[in-house]
Design a protein around this ligand. Structure first.
Ligand SMILES: Cc1cc2nc3c(=O)[nH]c(=O)nc-3n(C[C@H](O)[C@H](O)[C@H](O)COP(=O)(O)O)c2cc1C
Length: 209
């Protein structure tokens, strides 16, 4: 394929990918799931450390328990924030639906054992940030890959807010930092693209000397 054609395809893929939150009741094959995770492992990573770990949650009992326990924590947070009860219920319902009903639920973790380490707090903190950035790059690859494969997906930040609970319930090693969920399935919605700031608005040019 010519470079011009692949640029056109990539452009179409990037512009048309949307966060999909409602899915068809259609199973996604294991082969297809592995295929989109394969896109993830081809992301760039700091020192090529590849710190992403994907945990495919297939057990429905564990998944149900996880969602219930996470919702309990989310509700307590919102109550502490003083949100009105109808808003709390709406938000809980929305996140529960996505987490319980999506055909595929993937937990993405950062494996801290592969990060570079120094006897220097500042450099260690930066290495951790590089790990987070690497995991994020891999999630973006998966979202784009899912879209290219005719699937819909959405990145969900919920695990960041209940790392301890997730670690305990899924019996993860202490060195695994839960970073995000990716919900995946065949899309049952076609969202309007949320607006973007223009390139000009977010770009600053430092010119001359
Ligand atoms: C770090 C991160 C966390 C996100 N967390 C959530 C989430 O918890 N729930 C959700 O519905 N969407 C979540 N999203 C999706 C964004 O809302 C979405 O990407 C944004 O609104 C732009 O829409 P688009 O992806 O369709 O272009 C998250 C996206 C990112 C990058």
């Amino acid at each position: 394929m010519s470079l011009k054609n692949s640029a056109r395809l990539l452009q179409r893929l990037i512009y048309s990918r949307r966060s999909i939150r409602v899915f068809q009741k259609r199973e996604v094959s294991y082969k297809k799931i592995l295929k989109i995770l394969e896109y993830g492992v081809w992301a760039p990573s700091a020192h090529n450390s590849q710190p992403w770990r994907f945990i495919l949650i297939l057990n429905q009992d564990i998944r149900g328990k996880l969602v219930e326990e996470m919702s309990r924590l989310y509700k307590a947070d919102m109550e502490r924030d003083g949100l009105p009860s109808d808003m709390i219920e709406r938000r809980l319902l929305k996140s529960k639906l996505m987490l319980k009903e999506s055909p595929v639920l993937i937990l993405v973790c950062l494996d801290k054992t592969v990060l570079w380490s120094y006897r220097d707090e500042n450099r260690d903190e930066n290495e951790f940030i590089m790990g987070v950035q690497s995991v994020a790059a891999s999630i973006q690859n998966i979202l784009l890959g899912a879209s290219a494969e005719g699937l819909g997906a959405c990145w969900m930040c919920a695990p960041l807010f209940c790392k301890k609970l997730i670690r305990e319930l899924l019996q993860l090693p202490g060195e695994y930092e839960p970073q995000a969920f990716i919900v995946v399935g065949y899309p049952a919605e076609k969202p309007i693209p949320p607006p973007r700031r223009s390139v000009k608005e977010v770009t600053y040019i430092i010119d001359g000397v």
